[in-house]
Design a protein around this ligand. Structure first.
Ligand SMILES: Cc1cc2nc3c(=O)[nH]c(=O)nc-3n(C[C@H](O)[C@H](O)[C@H](O)COP(=O)(O)OP(=O)(O)OC[C@H]3O[C@@H](n4cnc5c(N)ncnc54)[C@H](O)[C@@H]3O)c2cc1C
Length: 493
C-alpha cells in the first residue's frame, strides 16, 4: 500500500488528511505528524462558497460541522474605506440580476442609469440585500442562497482530525528534526523526529506552514516574492467577546496604512489587522486594532510575520506542498483555505499511482499557478483601484505598476464595461464587477444590449427583479434565528 506522510497538522494538514482518507482510504496508508511545540498559525476563519463542495466530497454534515466549529454563515465581505474614506460596498457571493447571452446584467443596469432609472446595483442581489438586513436562510421560496462560513480555525482542525483518525489516519506527535533524501533521485525517503522515530513514505505532503520545511528548506524550491504588489508582511490577531448578534458577512475595514478584519462566530469575534512594516510599526498597528474592536478581549494580541508570494512549484519530486508551505496571499478575499481545498481535489485527481509522476506534477503546478495568480490579481485590484490619497501607503498602491493580466482587465472594463470570468472559475463576473465598481471604477462605455430592450421594458424588468428580491428578504429569518434553528443539537431518539 502506498505510504503518504503529511507533515503538519494545521488547517492544511488536517484538510489533506480528511480529504485523502475520505476518498482513497483503502489505497493509502496515511500518517500525519504535528508538533504541539510549534503549534499552528491559529487564524484563517473566513471562507468562500466552494468550501461546501469540499465538505460534500468529505461527507461532512454541514450542521454538525457548524456546531463543532462555532461557525456562522457568510454571504460576502463588506469593504469600508477602500475606494475612498467613507465608502462602503459589499462583495457578495450572489448573482446580480439576470444576464443575457449577449451582455452581462451590469451593462443593462448601466443603460438604465444613463436613462435616469435603475436604482443601485445592490438592489438586484438577494445575498447582498439579505446580508445588509442581517438575515439568512439556506433557501427562500425556490431560490438557494450562495454562502460560505466563518469558523473557528482551531476547532476546525480538531474536527477534521477526529474524522481523519476515524477513517484510519495515524497521527504522530513530534518535532521533525531532519528530512532524509535519496542521494540518487533526490526524493524524500523519510522524516526523522526528535524522538528518534523515522517515518518513511512514498509521497510527502508538506503542510508545515510558512517554514515550508520539506518543499522549501529541504528540496530548495525557490520562493517568488510578490511584496512589490502586495506590501503587507504582518498581522496581529485578537479575539473578543460578541456584543451583538453576528452579521452574515466578513468586514474588511481599511485604515490609513493597512486594514482590519472582523469575523463573527457563534461564540466570539475574530479580529485582526493586516499591515506593512514599511508603512506602520507594530505598536501603531496594535493600537489601531485595539482602538477599533468592540467587546472585551479574550486573547492576547498575536503577532504573525509573513512573506507574500508562492513557491515556484507546489509539487516537486515526491513532495506536494499545501497551504502556507506553498505560498500566501493576504486574507482580504478569504482565499487561502480555498486554495488548500482545490489543491487537495487536484491531487486526488492527479494522484501519482503510476511509476513516473513528472507529467502529473507539471500539470498540477500549471493549474496551481493559474489559480494563485488569479487570486493575486483580484486582491491587488482592491488596493490599486482606489481614490485614497491620504497616506504614503495608499499613494504607493495607487501609483504602482500591476501585473499585465490585471492591467488588461481594468483597461477593458474602464473603456468598455466588459468583464469575463477568470480562468479557474473562482471569481465570477459578478465578483469582478462588484469590486471594480465598489472601488469607484465606472466604465466609460458598455454594451448596447440595454438599448435593444427599450426603456419601458427595461424599467419594468428591473423593477420586477428588485421587488422580487425585497419580498424574499422580507421572508428570511434573522441570521441568529437561522443559526439557532440550524445548529440546534440533534434530538435523541
Ligand atoms: C493573518 C492571517 C489571516 C488569515 N485569514 C484567513 C482567512 O480568513 N481565510 C482563509 O481562507 N485563510 C486565512 N489565512 C490562511 C490560513 O490561516 C491558512 O491557509 C491555514 O490556516 C493553513 O495553514 P497551514 O496548515 O498551512 O499552516 P499552520 O497552521 O502554520 O500549520 C503548520 C503545521 O506544521 C507543523 N510543523 C511545522 N514545523 C514542524 C516540524 N518541524 N515538526 C513537526 N511539525 C511541524 C505545525 O505544528 C503545524 O501543525 C490567514 C493567514 C494569516 C497569516
Amino acid at each position: 500500500m502506498m505510504k503518504v506522510v503529511i507533515a503538519g497538522g494545521g488547517t492544511a494538514g488536517w484538510m489533506a488528511a480528511c480529504g485523502l482518507s475520505s476518498r482513497l482510504a483503502s489505497l493509502l496508508d496515511i500518517t500525519l505528524i504535528e508538533s504541539d511545540e510549534i503549534g499552528t498559525v491559529g487564524v484563517g476563519e473566513a471562507t468562500i462558497p466552494p468550501m461546501r463542495n469540499f465538505h460534500r466530497l468529505m461527507n461532512i454534515d454541514e450542521q454538525e460541522f457548524m456546531r463543532e466549529t462555532q461557525a456562522t454563515f457568510k454571504l460576502g465581505i463588506e469593504f469600508d474605506n477602500w475606494g475612498d474614506i467613507g465608502d462602503s460596498y459589499i462583495h457578495s457571493f450572489g448573482e446580480i440580476g439576470q444576464r443575457s447571452w449577449m451582455a452581462e446584467f451590469h451593462e443593462f443596469w448601466l443603460e438604465a442609469q444613463a436613462q435616469g432609472f435603475g436604482g443601485s446595483l445592490e438592489d438586484y442581489c438577494l445575498e447582498l440585500k439579505a446580508a445588509k438586513a442581517g438575515k439568512f436562510a439556506t433557501s427562500v421560496d425556490d431560490t438557494r442562497l450562495n454562502f460560505a462560513f466563518h469558523l473557528d480555525a482551531t476547532r476546525y482542525a480538531k474536527y477534521l482530525r477526529k474524522k481523519s483518525e476515524k477513517a484510519g489516519v495515524r497521527r504522530v506527535e513530534g518535532l521533525i528534526k531532519q528530512v532524509q533524501k535519496d542521494p540518487q533521485s533526490g526524493d524524500i525517503k523519510a522524516l526523522l523526529l526528535d524522538s528518534g522515530e523515522l517515518i518513511e513514505g512514498d509521497l510527502f505532503i508538506d503542510c508545515t506552514g510558512f517554514r515550508s520545511l520539506l518543499l522549501g528548506e529541504s528540496l530548495g524550491v525557490e520562493f517568488d516574492d510578490w511584496s512589490h504588489w502586495l506590501f503587507s508582511d504582518r498581522a496581529i490577531a485578537v479575539q473578543t467577546e460578541s456584543i451583538a448578534e453576528p452579521v452574515p458577512y466578513t468586514r474588511a475595514i481599511a485604515h490609513p496604512s493597512g486594514w482590519q478584519w472582523r469575523i463573527p462566530l457563534q461564540s466570539r469575534v475574530g479580529n485582526g489587522i493586516v499591515y506593512s512594516s514599511r508603512f506602520m510599526s507594530d505598536d501603531e498597528a496594535k493600537q489601531t486594532l485595539l482602538n477599533n474592536i468592540s467587546g472585551k478581549m479574550i486573547t492576547e494580541p498575536r503577532y504573525i510575520k509573513y512573506r507574500t508570494g508562492r513557491r515556484q512549484k507546489s509539487w516537486h519530486k515526491n513532495c506536494v506542498a499545501l497551504g502556507l508551505a506553498s505560498g500566501f496571499i493576504e486574507p482580504l478575499e478569504s482565499t487561502s483555505i480555498h486554495l488548500v481545498m482545490t489543491a487537495i481535489i487536484r491531487l486526488i485527481r492527479l494522484f501519482p499511482f503510476g511509476d513516473s509522476s513528472t507529467a502529473l506534477a507539471d500539470r498540477f503546478n500549471q493549474e496551481s499557478t493559474t489559480e494563485i495568480e488569479t487570486v493575486r490579481d483580484f486582491v491587488i485590484l482592491h488596493y490599486k483601484q482606489t481614490n485614497r490619497t491620504d497616506t504614503d501607503f495608499w499613494n504607493a498602491y495607487r501609483t504602482m505598476d500591476i501585473p499585465d493580466t490585471l492591467a488588461h482587465r481594468l483597461d477593458i472594463f474602464k473603456k468598455n464595461g466588459y468583464v469575463w470570468p477568470d480562468d479557474v472559475a473562482l471569481f465570477r463576473v459578478d465578483s469582478w464587477v462588484q469590486v471594480m465598481m465598489g472601488q469607484g471604477l465606472k466604465p466609460q462605455g458598455f454594451h448596447s444590449a440595454g438599448k435593444l430592450t427599450g426603456k419601458e421594458s427595461l424599467l419594468q424588468s428591473l423593477a420586477k427583479m428588485a421587488d422580487s428580491i425585497d419580498k424574499k428578504v422580507e421572508k428570511l429569518p434573522t441570521h441568529q434565528q437561522f443559526i439557532d434553528h440550524y445548529c440546534a443539537a440533534p434530538k435523541a431518539d
